[in-house]
Design a protein around this ligand. Structure first.
Ligand code: SF4
Length: 389
């Protein structure tokens, strides 16, 4: 059997990881430090990393500043990084340029400045509009800070705003989650990401769970909240284009999906810069060291700070194509799957597909295999059933 992966989207994306936060939230396992004195040496290292990787000649139609909390960088630092990216990479004139910001770290002037230097999409880490929930999560901001950040972003001229929310939080009932959704919708964001709280190993939250500091919400409750999310957001004119992501559909029928995030689900190539950032140059995945000091030291010696590289095997590629494809409302393009992996999807998984369709978890339509809204709730177990075939 011959396996090759051709990229579905030839356009390349750039991700820049800013590894600083004012304070660690109890649930977070992203790589970030609270020692802001390392910001400037980090920025200088990042400029070097960009110089070292610049040789790729890809055309990038997305640039994404994530973290961490990119908005803890000074306006001058962000501007320098933007200039370096523009000088060294080929960024399309209509590129989606996103920056994650946290309420409590941005002022009107800061957001005005981001708009002036060409950031055209803002993703705000709201997480909740409930004071108790924010305190439980260890967030630095209040609900008032979140609404102010949204207002400031609109006033600065951003017409592409995403809000992140979390549900399944201990103590959060259906009505408080509905209130969060309602408040979020009152700001008409172009994009909403609604994540289920997870108890990541090694986080203070996981430690609290182990010591029974709170009652973990039962699965049935999480499922109810997931269905509420789908219903409320669909009724408000948002499409669930990925399990956790919803995009507003405007009056001309255009959907405001995140172009950058779509790359992760569609096997487009991307370059990750900064500590812990991952890159994908099909079929190679590689990632940077998860340590600012090691990162800075490698670059000071003129070396790329890559921790490891891995060539994905054919089996991994098939699993990923199924796992990632089924996360999205586009599902798996069966003709493309066959062309790529030289096996007919509906024959390969023919024993299980009818049962999944019968259970109303999956649909085969227009040459695609797609999970139903209910199937999205059981994504992981459906993927396991398929790949065990
Ligand atoms: S602000 Fe975001 S990246 Fe920073 S600790 Fe909280 S969740 Fe993690």
């Amino acid at each position: 059997m011959r396996h090759t992966r051709t990229s579905i989207n030839s356009n390349h994306g750039i991700y820049i990881h800013i590894p600083f936060c004012l304070k660690k939230c109890v649930y977070c396992d992203f790589y970030s430090l609270t020692d802001l004195t390392l910001r400037q040496p980090f920025v200088e290292s990042l400029l070097k990393e960009m110089t070292l990787v610049k040789s790729h000649n890809a055309l990038s139609d997305t640039l994404y500043f994530g973290g961490g909390t990119p908005s803890v960088l000074t306006p001058h630092q962000i501007e320098t990084l933007m200039q370096q990216a523009r000088n060294l990479f080929t960024i399309t004139p209509d590129a989606e340029i996103t920056m994650e910001v946290n309420p409590g770290t941005v002022t009107q002037n800061y957001l005005n400045f981001l708009m002036q230097i060409g950031i055209n999409r803002i993703n705000i880490g709201v997480q909740s509009f409930s004071r108790d929930t924010l305190e439980f999560l260890g967030r630095i901001h209040t609900p008032g800070d979140a609404t102010q950040a949204i207002q400031h972003a609109r006033k600065a001229g951003f017409d592409n705003i995403g809000l992140d929310l979390i549900f399944g939080i201990p103590g959060q009932d259906a009505s408080s989650w509905q209130d969060d959704l309602k408040t979020a919708l009152s700001w008409s964001p172009e994009h909403l990401s609604c994540y289920i709280l997870t108890f990541e190993k090694g986080t203070p939250l996981d430690q609290m769970r182990k010591t029974n500091a709170f009652k973990v919400p039962p699965e049935q409750h999480i499922a109810d909240l997931f269905r509420i999310t789908q219903k409320v957001l669909n009724n408000a004119g948002y499409e669930q284009y990925e399990i956790s992501n919803y995009a507003k559909i405007n009056i001309s029928g255009q959907s405001r999906q995140s172009r950058h995030n779509r790359k992760y689900w569609s096997f487009a190539p991307y370059t990750g810069l900064g500590p812990s950032a991952h890159s994908y140059a099909p079929p190679i995945r590689y990632w940077n060291v998860r340590d600012v000091r090691l990162y800075t030291a490698a670059l000071a010696q003129g070396r790329l700070p890559i921790e490891e590289k891995e060539k994905t095997t054919a089996e991994q590629q098939i699993t990923e194509a199924i796992y990632l494809g089924l996360r999205t409302s586009d599902g798996i393009d069966m003709a493309h799957f066959e062309k790529t992996f030289h096996m007919a999807f509906d024959q390969q998984y023919g024993d299980i597909l009818p049962a999944l369709c019968e259970e109303n978890l999956m649909m085969l339509k227009n040459g695609r295999c797609v999970l139903t809204p209910e199937g999205m709730l059981f994504h992981d177990s459906i993927v396991s059933r398929l790949i065990q075939e």
